[in-house]
Design a protein around this ligand. Structure first.
Ligand code: MOS
Length: 744
């Protein structure tokens, strides 16, 4: 590893347990809704019971007379809430959200559950009762939640090269199939929650936010105050999965209620509202056409996809994300389209774009391998590209071939009998399937601050947040590495929009984003310490040049002399009567830039899956998963493996269980609870084997770390469906895979 050496003190690459672990297991970690303030009142939204129509009348008189009720807010009395002007930035000034209409803005209802009023009372039960007592009359239109996604607007070309139409029609081997993915709902254990405090024209919001800086910027615009007047705090999060990337309407409602009542207002979104009001992965339908020569070389690839979106917003599920660079193919076209439905705004959900995209393309690759009579691993190996053929630039670091070969070896793939249903164990039919995967490796802009303090500790601060993935620990490791301090001497402060602007916790990019800024901040902190060492009264280096000094593992010494003879840095701070010195670091983003990059940066991997099938009782289990991931240098193998395992579990849920169903009569998500919306439980999950092949990607940052997380979900559904085909002979092209689809 260049730049900073992994010496004996090094904490990079070590299995470092979570620095915030003790706070979490002892219940001291406060999540947004755990906060309480004197005089706090509770808000419960009134949700529309139609999916399309207009509000005719809101009768609040009964609700207003109920005990403890402070107010029933609606369009006429909530006060002004504006729309935020969305931009395309990702730094300190970013403004982004998926439901762009301000809450209670108009009397038109566009989706079931849309907030139409807000009951506020002294206690939560009182507010719930009051919300139920609000009588709303509607003029109802027939909702449009049709599952068939014929594109309703013209297909847009996302990527194109060569002549795929001719190549396909002239090819010897063709696959032409359509793959469906139902809407899926994020179900983090922690519900969305907003706790708003107002003082004059300033607001403090305790939030469940994957991006406190963006959340502040959006809310400032919605409330019509300068962004300095809004502070957003998210210290801990019980996961977000993309559903908490941007603010949803309950945040503005809580703040508006606090503004009207001049009291702290707590609003916790219910599990049912999680299915209505705070985003979901949209339904996606993809037609994939592949053609190849007899020896398996791809000659064309077409992907035409449609995703549903809400009536007002243009959420686009970027299924084309991985398609143009995944394999070598001279002729390619990817198109997309949107289909509007009476549903709440969709939004990114873990691995947006690539996860749905790879579900279809990696299934189609398996179908192609079957037609060719070729091993599916081999098919991928023969189509390995030299460069990113979409952008015509080299990869920063791509080791997919090694992921495939290592995975095949660890899994025992060479023992696979390709005949359907031919493999048995203990009376069970085995299915072995595999898929390749990839995910973005980029950086968001980041600034960070590092302080060296007179008690021998350091403090790193950054307005990013730890959404449960280990970000506190990673920042502690990076700073400890550069400062040469034990990790327990490093305090990490995150999750507050008043800190130096940091990255979203999204796109699996937080780790890669913070590396350069934290290293630079720590380096500048050391510079400023050396300046103190040559100026502090009584310092043995007084009058020397800072450049003559060196800082090693917490000690300052003359350049060239052994570090062990150095003086602890805090001694110089005390001599200089300084409590701390600090340094600021910043780095540019690489994601979403208009200019073409020099390198194509992605993580890669391969999943190998075994399912067991008992046709007698229609019992399907995922019995073994081996995942090999090429995600650059792994800063913390414990946190890294945990991310991949979590994503693989989600892949089992996505493949076998998850599906949000909308009632065609009223547009309501009908399985809007954790009893009817099935996610994978421990009993559904076998032992998971995760391997990292570590090639530091130093084009992305000094440590060579790419993000990990979402890549563990990418490709999983195809690997499972491919294994199911191998066991049963049934090709499932609509997720989730249901046992009734597998019966003869
Ligand atoms: Mo992830 S869907 O970018 O939180």
């Amino acid at each position: 590893m260049p730049a900073i050496a992994g010496g004996p003190m090094s904490v990079i690459g070590k299995a470092q347990p979570r620095v915030d672990g003790p706070l979490k297991v002892s219940g001291k970690a406060l999540y947004a809704s755990d906060h309480n303030f004197p005089g706090m009142v509770y808000a419960v939204p009134v949700c529309s019971t139609i999916a399309s129509g207009e509000i005719q009348r809101i009768n609040t008189s009964a609700a207003e007379k109920m005990p403890g009720v402070r107010a029933i807010f609606h369009r006429e009395n909530i006060g002004r809430l504006s729309r935020a002007a969305v931009n395309h930035e990702f730094g300190a000034n970013m403004v982004r959200l998926d439901e762009t209409r301000a809450p209670l803005e108009e009397d038109v209802v566009r989706y079931y559950g849309q907030y139409v009023a807000l009951a506020v009372a002294d206690t939560f039960p009182q507010a719930m009762a009051a919300a139920e007592a609000v009588k709303v009359t509607y003029r109802e239109h027939k909702p449009y939640v049709d599952e068939r996604l014929a594109p309703e607007i013209n297909h847009k070309v996302e990527s194109e090269r060569g002549d795929p139409v001719t190549a396909f029609s002239e090819a010897e081997i063709q696959v032409d199939q359509t793959y469906g993915l139902p809407p899926e709902t994020h179900n983090p254990i922690e519900l969305h929650a907003s706790l708003a405090l107002r003082e004059g024209s300033t607001f403090t919001l305790y939030e469940t936010s994957q991006g406190v800086v963006n959340h502040r910027n959006v809310l400032a615009q919605m409330l019509g105050v300068p962004k300095e007047n809004v502070r957003v705090i998210t210290k801990f999060m019980g996961s977000g999965f993309g559903g908490k990337l941007w603010p949803w309407t309950q945040s503005a409602l809580a703040a508006a209620a606090a503004r009207q009542l001049d009291k702290p207002v707590k609003l916790v979104v219910s599990r049912r509202m999680m299915f209505q009001n705070v985003g979901h992965r949209p339904r996606v339908q993809q037609r994939i056409r592949l053609s190849a020569t007899r020896d398996g070389k791809l000659t064309s690839l077409r992907q035409d996809y449609v995703n549903h979106t809400s009536i007002l917003d243009d959420y686009h599920e970027n299924c084309a994300e991985a398609t143009p660079f995944m394999y070598s193919v001279p002729n390619l076209r990817v198109t997309s389209a949107l289909a509007r439905r009476n549903v709440g705004a969709p939004c990114p959900m873990r691995g947006p774009g690539a996860v749905p995209g790879l579900w279809a393309t990696e299934s189609a690759m398996d179908e192609l391998a079957l037609k060719l009579g070729m091993d599916p691993v081999q098919l991928r190996l023969v189509n390995e590209p030299e460069i990113d053929e979409g952008l015509q630039i080299p990869f920063s670091s791509r080791h997919l071939k090694e992921c495939l070969s290592t995975g095949a070896e660890k899994f025992g793939w060479s023992k696979r009998d390709p005949r359907v249903g031919a493999m048995k164990r203990d009376g069970l039919t085995l299915g072995w399937g595999m898929a390749a995967c990839t995910w973005i490796a980029d950086r968001f802009p980041c600034t960070a601050n590092v302080e060296l303090r007179d008690d021998g500790t350091a403090r790193v601060s950054c307005a990013t947040q730890d959404i449960g993935t280990g970000t506190y620990t990673i920042l502690a490791q990076i700073a400890a590495e550069k400062l040469g301090l034990p990790i327990d001497k490093v305090e990490v402060v995150l999750g507050d929009s008043q800190l130096p602007a940091g990255p979203l916790s999204g796109g699996s990019m937080a780790t890669a984003s913070v590396v350069p800024a934290v290293l630079e901040a720590a380096g500048k902190g050391i510079d400023s310490l050396l300046a103190t060492a040559v100026s502090a009264p009584g310092s043995k280096f007084a009058g020397r040049k800072a450049a003559d000094l060196e800082y090693t593992n917490g000690r300052v010494h003359a350049r060239g002399e052994p570090a062990t003879g150095g003086i602890p840095y805090q001694d110089f701070l005390r001599m200089g009567n300084q409590q701390a010195v600090s340094g600021r670091g910043s780095s540019e983003g690489t994601f979403g830039l208009a200019t073409k990059p020099q390198f194509s940066s992605h993580s890669f991997g391969a999943h190998f899956v075994e399912v067991t099938w008992q046709p007698e009782i229609a019992r399907l289990r995922v019995s073994r998963v081996v995942s090999v991931i090429d995600a650059g240098r792994i800063l913390n193998p414990l946190a890294g493996r945990n991310q991949i395992e979590g994503a693989v579990v989600m892949g089992i849920g996505m493949s076998l269980f998850e599906e949000t169903s909308y009632d065609p009569r009223n547009g309501a998500p009908i399985n809007s609870n954790l009893a009817d919306y099935i996610v994978a439980a421990n009993a559904d999950v076998p032992a998971l084997e995760v391997h990292f092949i570590e090639y530091p990607d130093t084009k992305l940052n000094e440590l060579g770390a790419r993000g990990i997380g979402e890549i563990g979900l990418a490709g999983m559904s195809a690997a499972i469906a491919n294994a199911v085909y191998h066991a049963t002979g049934v090709r499932v092209r609509e997720l989730p895979i249901k046992i009734e689809n597998l019966l003869p």
